[in-house]
Design a protein around this ligand. Structure first.
Ligand SMILES: Cc1ncc(COP(=O)(O)O)c(C=O)c1O
Length: 366
């Protein structure tokens, strides 16, 4: 079976270093807010090209705390997209606000400037996800939001290291959120996340909110605080992996090129050209007619294909009371058609060729 993602291979490659780093934490007997977390924060902020990084427990915490930092709460509406797995929606609901979904571009699959423009008058914040690792049209989107005085949060959980015009994901908004869930391009050995920002005031608020709202120990200054600390072991693991990230992203782009070459001229597939520097190819996604059957047939043929994400947020019961733009037709069409193929740095060229052969076989295009 060729898995969608095989985390054991990265563990095998870096195992000795990772084990030593984790043992070092245990030997120190210092598990939270220690030198590994501080070291990772400095290294990741510098990698992203921003002044501050606050290491947290998960990407969902990062999104929630970013909203809280901006003072978003009960009566607020936050604009976002409905094809990105529901993570932004979960965070928006956690702070008591309401998501407003706008449609996406059929090719980049990200939020469009036109749809944001239509919604911006009525919202308090924008969450922009760089879906599947491809940077959204940030110049246009941020200009619209700034023009309306609305803050922007990037969800860069798929886009660690994506770069455009000399700037990385995370350096294009008021606050940017990352997940380091194990399958991410930069993945921990469990849950972890972070916020990065150039804004010193927001950084300070975020750090306080992530530790009970404390100003100093046992002095709870900010309402809405809680515990969301990345632990020392996760930070130690991430510090070992960060220097490999650019190389791993390059390899993902090579895999995308190999797929694009091998999957040409299949009438049931629509390819979305990938593999530029502004795309980390977190997931290699194509549109496919009769997707659910094809995914099933590929699994039977030994290929771990999947759908990210099959149900749009406005069609989820949990987010039923959302606001939405009149038409989400592109979003809905994509949710019915998107199919992810195995793509991770350690997959071999031969395995990619096997996946291509399986897709061609299942679709009758040998
Ligand atoms: C785009 C996106 N945002 C946010 C999250 C949430 O991150 P976490 O699972 O670390 O809470 C995920 C998780 O998979 C994600 O894919």
């Amino acid at each position: 079976m060729i898995l969608l993602n095989d985390l054991k291979r990265q563990q095998l490659a870096l195992g000795a270093e990772l084990k030593a780093a984790v043992c070092k934490v245990c030997d120190r007997g210092w598990y939270a807010l220690g030198e590994e977390v501080r070291g990772f924060e400095a290294e990741f902020a510098s990698y992203c090209g921003v002044a501050n990084c606050i290491a947290l427990n998960s990407g969902t915490d990062a999104l929630e705390l970013a909203l809280r930092c901006l003072g978003i709460g009960d009566d607020d509406v936050v604009v976002t997209v409905a094809n990105a797995g529901g993570y932004a929606s979960t965070a928006i609901r956690l702070v008591g606000a309401t998501p407003h979904y706008v449609d996406v571009d059929g090719f980049s699959m990200n939020m469009t400037a036109a749809s944001l423009q239509d919604a911006i008058a009525d919202v308090s914040a924008v969450i922009i996800t760089h879906l599947y690792g491809r940077l959204a049209a940030m110049d246009e989107l941020v200009a619209i939001a700034r023009g309306a005085g609305v803050p922007v949060i990037e969800d860069a959980s798929h886009a660690h290291g994506a770069r455009r015009a000399g700037r990385r994901a995370g350096a294009m908004s008021n606050l940017a959120c990352f997940s380091f869930y194990p399958t991410k391009n930069l993945g921990a050995a469990g849950d972890a996340g972070a916020i990065v920002t150039d804004d010193e005031g927001l950084s300070k608020r975020c750090r306080q909110l992530a530790q009970y709202g404390w100003s100093t120990r046992y002095n709870a200054e900010l309402a809405g605080g809680r515990n969301s600390r990345m632990d020392e072991m996760q930070a130690a693991v991430l510090r070992i992996k960060l220097p490999h990230l650019d190389g791993w992203n390059d390899r993902r782009r090579q895999i995308a090129a190999q797929y694009e070459q091998g999957l040409q001229n299949i009438p049931q597939l629509r390819l979305h050209t990938r593999g530029t520097d502004d795309d980390t190819v977190h997931l290699f996604v194509v549109e496919c007619q009769d997707r659910d059957t094809v995914v099933e047939d590929l699994q039977k043929a030994g290929v771990g294909a999947a759908a990210h994400y099959p149900v749009a947020d406005h069609r989820q019961r949990a987010f039923a009371d959302c606001h939405r733009s009149e038409s989400l037709s592109v979003t809905e069409a994509l949710c019915d058609a998107v199919m992810s193929l195995p793509c991770y740095p350690e997959i071999t060229d031969d395995e990619v060729a096997t996946v291509i052969g399986a897709v061609r076989g299942v679709l009758g295009c040998d």
